[in-house]
Design a protein around this ligand. Structure first.
Ligand code: AKG
Ligand code: FE2
Length: 485
């Protein structure tokens, strides 16, 4: 952060300078050519750096709480009920509540919604002498343009694009790589008819899940069209097919939408109604999106954009390569820590990520569908208001990987209903009865892989014979492992 020379109370320049890969600049930082313009904070809040030359500092007004850094204060405030937050908010310029459920009308900001007042009736408390990165950073992130991050993609990083792909080509060459299909979605009835207004007419009073709340589509779309949140609430609903009375199916049956042919059979289908969650409707405004993750249960996925566009940045995963820059993972990969919003990650790590081996990027536009291979890290951000459908599946080429995940990482298995006590056993049973040949091949693949690992291990520790007596076990070096039938 650059240091500040001009007293903050002497007024501040027209806009804040922000570098696409930098942190928060002081308001009086010199203009640089490549910088992007950030408007004034509507209440006058400024970055912490400006405090050191300021004449007055509103933090002096919070009494004994001054000893706590803003980060800790923000965490403490999360424990307060909305009405208590409002009471406290009346005593300080540092507080802005963000929570709402039940029946209400979205008023453009969380504060006005909580107070039930339109934005223009809300008093504008001047915060010219408030200096806080915790309060300023979300504003900076909201007004940081996404364009520089989603453009000038180096050719070596560009995600491959095809109009269509055959099932054989997918299986043989592409099931381990991301790609974008530009053809199949354009024929879907849902692609042709899902204008936001027509959705509102049909489903306006239907409730959909948006993170921790269930909101009617009507309320969510009002929110989507008018909010300034750094990380906007994201509608991610796994029951949309039932709620919207859709009929996914085979292309010949003229359903609402169908799975692009190249992805072939989804082997989790053998689980029938015991299968884990697999379909989501995703709606969100620009800047909403998904922070880094891998898809559940080692499944692959496709993500079809019906309206808007999404920027994807992805990294392959094998045990020897580190997670993407700015992402921290526990040893068993069960916990992912990315203490950053999408915009913060873009500001701080995008430039480095773009140069990291394995990085691929692309924009999936309206009417296109992107393939997420099993195990790949991905971060996704909506470049404008978007509507998408995503579905997770198990292609033949990843059957062995999924079996291994279900067996080796039962604590990380997710999305199954509670009454499915043994997802691995249930899946093996289903495969055994419907696709015994494929199951046999997958076990054979796993056996070879485990033998290879064991041989390497034995070589490393100086043992002569890498082969273990008796049957094959998934893990290696652990004699207690259960044997595969
Ligand atoms: O559209 C998004 O935000 C990404 C969803 C996702 O992670 C996926 O489809 O795998
Ligand atoms: Fe995902």
């Amino acid at each position: 952060m650059k240091s500040s020379n001009i007293p903050a109370d002497s007024g501040y320049p027209e806009a804040v300078d922000v570098q696409p890969s930098g942190g928060i600049e002081s308001l009086d930082a010199p203009q640089e050519e490549s910088s992007l313009s950030i408007p004034h904070h509507p209440l006058g809040v400024k970055p912490l750096g400006n405090k050191y030359t300021a004449i007055s500092d509103a933090r002096n007004l919070i009494g004994p709480f001054q000893v706590l850094p803003d980060e800790i204060l923000a965490v403490l405030l999360e424990y307060l009920e909305p009405h208590k937050l409002l009471l406290l908010g009346a005593t300080s310029k540092f507080i802005s509540p963000q929570s709402k459920s039940g029946s209400f009308t979205w008023q453009g900001t969380w504060r006005s919604t909580l107070l039930g007042l339109s934005k223009d009736r809300l008093s504008q408390v001047s915060c010219n002498n408030v200096f806080s990165d915790v309060l300023y950073r979300p504003f900076l992130c909201t007004h940081t343009s996404l364009v520089p991050y989603a453009s000038n993609i180096p050719q070596a990083n560009a995600i491959a694009r095809f109009e269509n792909l055959s099932a054989a080509d997918f299986s043989g060459n592409w099931s381990d790589k991301p790609f974008i299909l530009t053809g199949p979605v354009r024929e879907w009835p849902v692609y042709q008819s899902w204008e936001t207004d027509s959705l509102l007419e049909q489903y306006g009073d239907v409730k959909f899940r948006a993170e921790a709340v269930d909101w009617t589509l009507d309320t969510y779309i009002k929110y989507m069209r008018d909010n300034s949140d750094e990380s906007p609430l994201y509608l991610f609903d796994r029951s949309f097919v039932e709620k919207m009375k859709l009929q996914p199916g085979k292309q010949q049956e003229r359903p609402s939408y169908w799975i692009p042919e190249c992805f072939g059979d989804d082997l989790f289908a053998v689980l029938g109604n015991q299968r884990p969650d697999d379909k989501w409707l995703i709606i969100g405004p620009a800047r909403s999106g998904s922070t880094y993750h891998k898809d559940p249960n080692a499944t692959s996925a496709w993500n079809a954009v019906l309206r808007g566009s999404k920027y994807w940045i992805m990294f392959p995963s094998d045990s020897s390569s580190p997670p993407p820059p700015g992402v921290y993972v526990s040893e068993d990969q069960s916990e992912v820590t990315s203490p950053l919003s999408i915009a913060e990650w873009l500001l701080g790590f995008h430039a480095e990520a773009r140069k990291t081996a394995g990085c691929v990027e692309g924009v999936c536009g309206e009417g296109e569908v992107l393939h997420v291979p099993s195990g790949w890290w991905h971060l996704v951000v909506n470049l404008d208001a978007s509507i998408a459908i995503t579905q997770n599946f198990v292609p033949r080429s990843h059957l062995a990987g999924v079996l291994s995940f279900l067996k080796e990482k039962p604590d990380q298995v997710s999305g199954f209903k509670k009454d499915v006590r043994d997802p691995y056993g249930t899946f093996v049973e289903g495969m055994q009865s419907q696709h015994p040949e494929l199951l046999k091949q997958a076990f054979e693949e796993l056996r070879k892989k485990a033998e290879g690992k064991k041989r390497k291990w034995d070589e490393a520790v100086g043992k002569e014979d890498g082969k273990k007596d008796g049957g094959f076990s998934f893990g290696f070096g652990d004699d207690s492992d259960e044997e595969i039938p």
